[in-house]
Design a protein around this ligand. Structure first.
Ligand code: SF4
Length: 179
C-alpha cells in the first residue's frame, strides 16, 4: 500500500534496526532450517516474507532484497526497475516521470538513507537483478549466504588437469644397437 510504503521510509532507521536483529535470529536458527531442509522451509518463508514486506514496502519479491541499501524504499517499485539511482526524469517536485502521482522511489530512498544515518550503502552499486530468483525468499537466501550452504557452499577444489603421457622419443641414430 502506497501510504504504508511512505511510512516505512519515514521509519527507515527503526525498521532497518529491527531487520538487523531479525536477520541475526534467522541466521542463529540455521541448524533448525538445516534439519527441516532449506527446500521445505522455502515456501513458508516466501508466504511470510511476501505478506510482511508486501504490506510494508510493496515488495515485488525479487529475491535479492536491497532495502537496507536503498533507504527502505524498494527499487522494484520504480516503473523502470532501476536499482542504482533515479533516471534523469525525476520531476521538480520529486515525483516519478512515468507515474506523476508517485514519489520517485530513489528520492524516497535517499531520504530514508539519510534517516538511517549512513549514506554509504545507497552509493554501493547494486548488481543487475537476476530474474531466476523472482518469488524466492531473500531472508532465507541471506541465511544460506551467511552460513555458506546450498549454492553458497564452498566448491571443492578443482582436480589438476591430468598430465598427458609423454610421447616416446624417436631413437637417436645408432641408439639401441649392440656395440
Ligand atoms: S528489493 Fe526485492 S525483495 Fe526487497 S522489497 Fe524490493 S522487491 Fe522485495
Amino acid at each position: 500500500m502506497y501510504a504504508v510504503r511512505l511510512w516505512s521510509v519515514r521509519h527507515a532507521k527503526g525498521l532497518n534496526r529491527f531487520y538487523k536483529g531479525f536477520e541475526k535470529v534467522l541466521v542463529a536458527l540455521h541448524p533448525l532450517w538445516n534439519r527441516i531442509g532449506y527446500d521445505k522451509v522455502e515456501k513458508p518463508f516466501q508466504v511470510f516474507e511476501q505478506a510482511t514486506k508486501g504490506f510494508l514496502f510493496d515488495c515485488q519479491m525479487c529475491g535479492q532484497c536491497a532495502l537496507s541499501s536503498t533507504g527502505m524504499s524498494c527499487p522494484m517499485n520504480c516503473p523502470k526497475t532501476l536499482r542504482n539511482g533515479p533516471c534523469g526524469g525525476v520531476r521538480p517536485n520529486g515525483n516519478c516521470e512515468v507515474k506523476p502521482e508517485m514519489k520517485c522511489v530513489w528520492v524516497q530512498g535517499w531520504a530514508g538513507a539519510e534517516r538511517m544515518g549512513d549514506l554509504a550503502p545507497i552509493k554501493d552499486v547494486q548488481i543487475q537483478v537476476d530474474n531466476r530468483l523472482k518469488g524466492r525468499s531473500s531472508w532465507l537466501r541471506v541465511v544460506r549466504m551467511t552460513m555458506k550452504v546450498g549454492e553458497f557452499a564452498p566448491k571443492p577444489p578443482k582436480a589438476p588437469p591430468a598430465k598427458k603421457p609423454e610421447a616416446a622419443k624417436p631413437a637417436a641414430p645408432g641408439e639401441g644397437k649392440a656395440a
